[in-house]
Write a protein that binds this ligand. Structure first.
Ligand SMILES: CC(C)[C@H](C(=O)O)[C@@H](O)C(=O)O
Ligand code: SF4
Length: 474
């Protein structure tokens, strides 16, 4: 305005503050009402939300912002028809009926775009930088790798979000986790995440939204960024994200639900501002030197009970674990304090999940497997994270390479990531797994799960015991 000074706030802001404040509808007694741009549902919890919403005679406010997929309890064997979960049909039927009635796009088991929700959302550009996205699934924060504010909710909240386009929640605090330096070869985003959780505890991120930053994060491919943000759930964080850059923008351009033409250009202009300003103040800052990170493997029943592959199983509890919890973890896992973790023989090896079931994960694991054989007696399998990942891998011949080595090759879905999906490993097996959770029974009764990177899983499948992938990296 002529003749009057213009006061523009120049206070530097965090990316979190930008994402949050752009979606702030109202302040309500210590909580905030946040506008929700996208809602993703899966058949296990989404079906419950949809049925309950219909029973209350409420409508979905904008069905075009809601998407659904069948991924959690669908069978992943070739020729699959439904679910292996006893009684699981109820969830599939409800998902089909209610999405049809509400006009919600469902990516069902026979859809070429079917896959694990957090894998297909970026593939279809349903998650976009600067959006808010929720899903009744705890690993929704994976999608923050695209510069979105994405978080897991319960099915009642999913009902609220569908009916109103908003959610009420407390404003989290903002943490920046910077991984500086360059990651050594054979060491991955999974090892970065496990290092963070091992150092700061499985509850270390509670009440916080995490921005991952630093040279080692910028140097990750999109798959690696998704892995890192995925594991923020195991850090207890409310959400996690990474400032979007050209890698994100060029990946999204031209994909199904991405804006196009003038809208794309306008979006790019807005997205360019999605970063923490120089000098922005965080509630907490964590710095980690990426150059000293080793391949990590969990020894216990929490993701924080994780050590470097050449380290010894601890003789005493790490902080956050009491003596009794430590003794129980040692007994359940059948490990000996003070022994090398890479001495442990394995029964099974699993590559897949929303953490590490993407094409780059499969390529890196395949490179180590090539020309080698799975050790006798080891049940090894690869479950692509999506049907698109499966097709891409098959086009490159990765399926054959894995099969030649002795791996099973599956259809896409959550599969043996969790026992509730309908399948488990042989009771009592020791499994090395590229997944994100290792609590008692996660992959079946008595199963001992060691979480690690897909490279470590591949190297272990070949060796027949937990093995360092760096030995195979040329
Ligand atoms: C079934 C689903 C609600 C669950 C989750 O929210 O995390 C699952 O994806 C998991 O990983 O245990
Ligand atoms: S792959 Fe595993 S962690 Fe991911 S959504 Fe499915 S069950 Fe949950």
């Amino acid at each position: 305005m002529r003749g009057r000074a213009q006061f523009v706030s120049i206070e530097p802001r965090t990316l979190f503050a930008k994402l949050w404040d752009q979606h702030l509808v109202a302040r309500l007694n210590g909580e905030d009402l946040i506008a929700i741009d996208r809602i993703f549902l899966h058949e296990r919890t989404g079906s419950v939300a949809l049925r309950s919403l219909a029973a209350a005679d409420r409508r979905v406010l904008d069905p075009h912002r809601v998407f659904a997929v069948t991924d959690h309890i669908v069978d992943t064997k070739a020729g699959r028809t439904g679910t292996l979960v006893p009684g699981g049909d109820v969830f599939l039927t409800a998902t089909r009926e209610e999405t049809r009635a509400a006009g919600i796009r469902l990516f069902d088991v026979d859809d070429r775009d079917q896959g694990i929700v957090h894998v297909i959302s970026p593939e279809l550009a349903i998650v976009l930088p600067g959006t808010t996205l929720v899903c009744p699934d705890s690993h929704t924060c994976s999608q923050g790798a695209f510069g979105a504010l994405a978080w897991g909710i319960g099915s009642t909240e999913a009902e609220h979000a569908m009916a109103t386009g908003t959610l009420r929640l407390p404003r989290p605090m903002a943490t920046r986790v910077s991984f500086e330096g360059a990651l050594p070869s054979g060491v991955t985003a999974k090892d970065m995440a496990l290092t963070l959780i091992a150092r700061y505890g499985a509850g270390g991120g509670q009440g916080h939204a995490i921005e991952f930053a630093g040279a080692a994060v910028r140097g990750l491919d999109l798959e690696g960024r998704l892995t890192l943000c995925n594991m923020a759930t195991e850090f207890g964080a409310m959400s996690a994200f990474i400032a979007p850059d050209d890698l994100v923008f060029s990946y999204l351009e031209g994909r199904r639900y991405a804006p196009s033409g003038a809208a794309w250009r306008a979006a790019l202009a807005v997205w360019a501002g999605l970063k923490s300003d120089e000098g922005a103040v965080f509630d907490r800052e964590i710095r980690i030197d990426a150059s000293v990170i080793a391949p990590m493997v969990s020894w216990g029943t929490s993701p924080q009970s994780t050590i470097g592959i050449d380290a010894l199983v601890p003789r005493q509890p790490e902080s956050g674990l009491d003596v009794q919890g430590f003794a129980q973890a040692i007994a359940y896992m059948g490990v000996e304090p003070g022994t090398r973790i890479d001495d442990l023989a394995i029964d099974a090896a699993f590559i897949g999940s929303c953490t590490n079931g993407r094409i780059a994960d499969l390529r890196r694991a395949a490179a180590l497997v090539k020309g080698r054989k799975v050790a006798p007696g080891v049940h090894a399998l690869v479950v692509p994270g999506s049907s698109a990942v499966r097709r891409a891998a098959e086009a490159e011949g990765l399926d054959q390479l894995f099969r030649d080595a002795g791996f099973e090759w599956r259809m896409s879905g959550c599969s043996l990531c969790f026992y509730a999906g309908g399948e488990g490993f042989a009771p009592g097996s020791r499994v090395i797994s590229s997944t994100n959770r290792n609590f008692e029974g996660r992959q079946g009764p008595g199963i001992r799960t060691h979480i690690a990177s897909p490279e470590t899983v591949a190297a272990s499948a070949i060796a027949g015991r937990i093995a360092d992938p760096r030995a195979l990296v040329q």
